[in-house]
Write a new protein. Structure first.
Length: 421
């Protein structure tokens, strides 16, 4: 019988900030989205003040000021590195693991029957917190959906102490009654309304619902959800995540931009980031789409895009930048003030399966060596140590994302290592 453990980092972004600034413990803390626009992570203390997920900062300035809420810009380099440390620690406890997101992982505990799973879960929790400083909650059950429910209850139950095992089914009915149907993994907003209209308000009522009613609205996915709630595992561990179908890099600007030159710099920077992701995942793109958008709140709202088919699939930054800039020039309209630009890399395939062309004018061997050298230097010296001139050099570039309250990159930059006095 399968047994899954879902390990979820508590208030992950906030917890990362607290690891390197212990004075934040017990204080309300929020972490903001790009351009410091909205709250995307909140400490329990901040949640208690009524700060909602995704609320714009300008709407809570009074709460921040009156309650001395500590505000931080997103520091993705720090959070990504801390996530890798957590996942490496978790990998020591089982040979099979699925990294589900930056702050969640499923562990396969199917062959740990001789262990007290609650005690084993506490050992995992203690080790992760001791080795990384990140607090976690652990839910254990016979299916992924039930493990999600167990994790949710473990997070907020003082009695559970951060670890809840529902694998033996002893307290399963009681646990399902405590979770709203709308909060069950896989139930979206539209389906939540459908369930509420039929007086299916909690996970137990959903589990016991008529299959035909659920199938009619939610299809096969809904039946799988019912089976998962009934202890029949429908979703196995994904140790090898499926290959990406596309890579998207887009940003909303702090202020609107009219200048074509600035937009060209922005799209060049986003292509550079996308190409780096391609190479890290050993992929190449055969198609590139450029998108330009004005503010939807303006009268002359405009959203344009153009797709460029590449003669040979590639992850060469210079080649992709050239195509993206040509595409941007085609859709740019003088006099419009743009709020967002983005690129999409699609038609992806493994780099070792790229189909060559007799008409290809690019020296692919030289390109590979150059990209490898650039990536090695940037990995060693820090992101952006080497970049293409098309990105521009001015510090006052209006398209750059604002991070006015960002903490140092404590674990990824030598010049920002914490100092002990």
């Amino acid at each position: 019988m399968p047994v899954f453990a879902l390990v979820d980092c508590n208030n992950f972004y906030v917890s990362c900030e607290r690891v390197f600034n212990p004075r934040l413990a017990g204080k309300p803390v929020i972490v903001l989205s790009n351009n410091d626009g909205c709250a995307v992570a909140r400490s329990n203390e901040a949640k208690a003040l009524g700060i909602e997920m995704g609320v714009p900062v300008f709407q809570i300035r009074e709460i921040i000021r009156n309650n001395q809420v500590q505000v931080y810009s997103s520091n993705y380099a720090l959070y990504g590195d801390m996530s890798r440390r957590v996942m490496r620690t978790l990998a020591r406890f089982t040979p099979k693991m699925e990294v589900y997101s930056i702050d969640e992982a499923f562990l396969d505990l199917s062959h740990f029957g001789r262990f007290d799973l609650t005690a084993y879960g506490r050992r995992i929790k203690t080790t992760v917190e001791q080795w990384t400083g990140i607090p976690v909650s652990i839910g254990i059950a016979g299916t992924k959906t039930l493990a999600k429910i167990a994790n949710r209850l473990a997070k907020y139950s003082h009695k559970a102490g951060g670890v809840l095992d529902l694998s033996d089914g002893k307290y399963l009915d009681q646990a399902l009654e405590a979770v709203a149907a709308a909060d069950v993994w896989g139930v979206g907003r539209k389906h939540a309304k459908f369930l509420a209209d039929r007086k299916i308000r909690n996970a137990r009522q959903l589990r016991d619902a008529d299959d035909s009613v659920i199938r009619k609205k939610m299809g096969v996915v809904g039946i799988r959800l019912l089976n998962e709630l009934r202890g029949i595992s429908c979703y196995s561990l994904e140790q090898s995540p499926p290959q990406r179908k596309s890579i998207v890099v887009s940003r909303t600007f702090k202020n609107e931009i009219e200048s074509l030159d600035e937009l060209l710099e922005a799209v060049s920077a986003y292509v550079s980031s996308g190409a780096e992701k391609l190479r890290k995942e050993k992929l190449a793109a055969g198609k590139l789409t450029v998108q330009l958008t004005t503010s939807r709140f303006r009268e002359n709202y405009c959203r344009d895009s153009t797709a460029v088919n590449l003669p040979v699939q590639t992850h060469d930054t210079a080649e992709l930048i050239g195509c993206a800039r040509d595409g941007l020039r085609k859709i740019y309209k003088k006099g419009y003030r743009y709020k967002k630009v983005g690129i999409v890399l699609h038609d992806l395939s493994p780099e070792n399966l790229v189909q060559a062309s007799f008409l290809d004018a690019v020296d692919r061997e030289r390109s590979e060596k150059l990209m490898r050298a650039i990536d090695l230097i940037n990995d060693d010296m820090g992101s952006g140590a080497i970049q293409y001139g098309a990105v521009g050099w001015s510090r006052s570039q209006g398209w750059k994302t604002a991070f006015r309250h960002r903490s140092p990159s404590y674990t990824t930059r030598w010049d920002q290592l914490p100092e002990v006095g």
